[in-house]
Ligand binder design. Structure first.
Ligand SMILES: CC(C)(COP(=O)(O)OP(=O)(O)OC[C@H]1O[C@@H](n2cnc3c(N)ncnc32)[C@H](O)[C@@H]1OP(=O)(O)O)[C@@H](O)C(=O)NCCC(=O)NCCS
Length: 154
């Protein structure tokens, strides 16, 4: 399967006072929560499974490049970046509605694992490695991170 064929999931949130940090801008923890939520929905849409068969294993590479203000409408979009044997890694990009380039605000990767009860189980998705463009860049980024993580665990 071509990785570009998986559905992209989006979500919008109004940034309210309850979402703010001590600087009066969007709290990083709230952004992380919203990022994981979109990641989860994107992973579930790709795997086509029940929620109890997906767990979040890793939130990684999350950068905050610009702050988001109170009253902004934050728009997040998730897409499949990498498909392993039992895992799937989702790339999520977020920024205020109407921003020329949401990428310049926040993005990150979230890895989910297909499980039966508490055990990782192959999800059965077979995806061709993308050959070029952003999809290939994301795939390589996740591959590199997996190698680093494996080396760190040795
Ligand atoms: C995720 C979990 C099921 C993995 O179980 P495990 O026995 O370590 O699984 P394995 O080592 O066989 O790895 C299975 C897959 O998960 C991936 N994986 C496991 N831990 C990972 C991590 N921390 N980061 C990224 N990927 C991870 C592996 O790379 C592997 O991917 P692949 O099959 O696509 O190659 C287990 O660690 C777990 O239950 N963690 C807690 C999850 C949780 O509670 N999430 C909510 C957090 S608040």
């Amino acid at each position: 399967m071509n990785i570009e064929l998986f559905p992209r999931m989006t979500a919008s949130h109004l940034v309210k006072s309850i979402d703010l940090n001590h600087h009066g801008t969007l709290f990083a923890g709230r952004m992380a929560e919203w990022l994981v939520e979109v990641g989860f929905m994107t992973a579930r849409a790709a795997l086509g499974c029940q929620p109890e068969n997906i767990v979040c294993a890793r939130l990684h590479g999350m950068d905050f490049r610009k702050s988001v203000g109170s009253g902004d409408t934050l728009v997040l979009e998730g897409r499949v970046a990498y498909v392993g044997t039992s895992s799937v890694t989702i790339y999520v990009v977020a920024g205020p509605f109407g921003a020329p380039s949401p990428l310049s605000f926040t993005d990150g990767l979230v890895t989910f694992v297909h499980v039966v009860e508490t055990r990782a189980v192959p999800h059965g998705l077979v995806v061709e490695m993308p050959v070029e463009g952003e999809a290939r860049d994301l795939w390589n980024r996740v591959l590199t991170e997996r190698q680093i993580q494996r080396q760190a665990g040795q």
